[in-house]
Design a protein around this ligand. Structure first.
Ligand code: IMP
Length: 209
């Protein structure tokens, strides 16, 4: 069986990938190949960051590899925070811990959007602050070539946090056509429609050819 490294140590992402590609490929994590480096992500797009991670693995371990990079893009903020999604509160001068990071990132985003006095109506009684989308890019280094796969899920940012599941910006994101946030929809429904699921499905289609 061919080995393919997924340049991540995120247990949830690995499980998802192995469920889809595991029959055809031996999927190894960074830990599996003995890589504990903090791989630099200094690109200016999701694609560049994903490619940087995949190229690091290829250069140091000589293995075919893919990597992902994701984030939230908010229309009213010129598509910020984008590649800065994980550290948005920090970038805006707040001190964060791993416990309060998600909450503070959402607070900063809501405050910035409220300052623009949005008038975009309501969904399920919540004020809509902006259109937005989650975006995942996957970069694959395979048999000497680079391939990119993108997944996007469009939706809306609302003014209050709803739901207890998920992570990141899930409590304030309502996907287009829904009445509930990603957080309220829960893992099964979210994972069936998410940006990551859409990018991974493109990758799977390509690899199964
Ligand atoms: P990563 O590249 O998948 O680690 O995502 C980077 C950051 O984007 C995360 O730390 C979150 O702030 C945000 N993000 C990415 N995907 C999601 C999601 O599915 N829900 C909520 N936030 C997300």
């Amino acid at each position: 069986m061919e080995t393919l490294v997924f340049a991540s140590n995120n247990a949830h992402k690995l499980e998802e990938i192995r469920a889809i590609l595991g029959e055809k490929f031996k999927i190894k994590s960074l830990k599996d190949i003995g890589c504990d480096a903090d791989i630099p992500e200094t690109g200016s797009t999701f694609q560049e960051n994903a490619l940087q991670k995949a190229q690091y693995v290829k250069a140091h371990y000589g293995l075919d590899c893919f990597a992902d990079d994701s984030g939230l893009e908010v229309e009213a903020l010129n598509w910020e925070p984008g590649i800065y999604s994980a550290r948005y509160a920090q970038m805006n001068g707040l001190e964060v811990t791993s416990e309060n990071k998600d909450d503070l990132n959402m607070d900063v985003l809501i405050d910035k959007l409220l300052a623009l006095h949005p008038d975009k109506g309501e969904i399920a009684g919540a004020k809509v602050l902006s259109s937005a989308r989650f975006h995942t890019a996957i970069a694959l280094l395979y048999h000497g070539e680079i391939h990119y796969f993108d997944g996007i899920i469009p939706g809306f940012i609302i003014n209050e946090k709803r739901g207890n599941e998920g992570f990141g910006y899930d409590p304030i994101f309502i996907p287009e056509g829904q009445q509930l946030t990603f957080s309220q929809l829960g893992a099964d429904i979210k994972n069936g429609m998410s940006h990551r699921a859409r990018a991974v499905s493109q990758l799977a289609q390509f690899l199964k050819l």
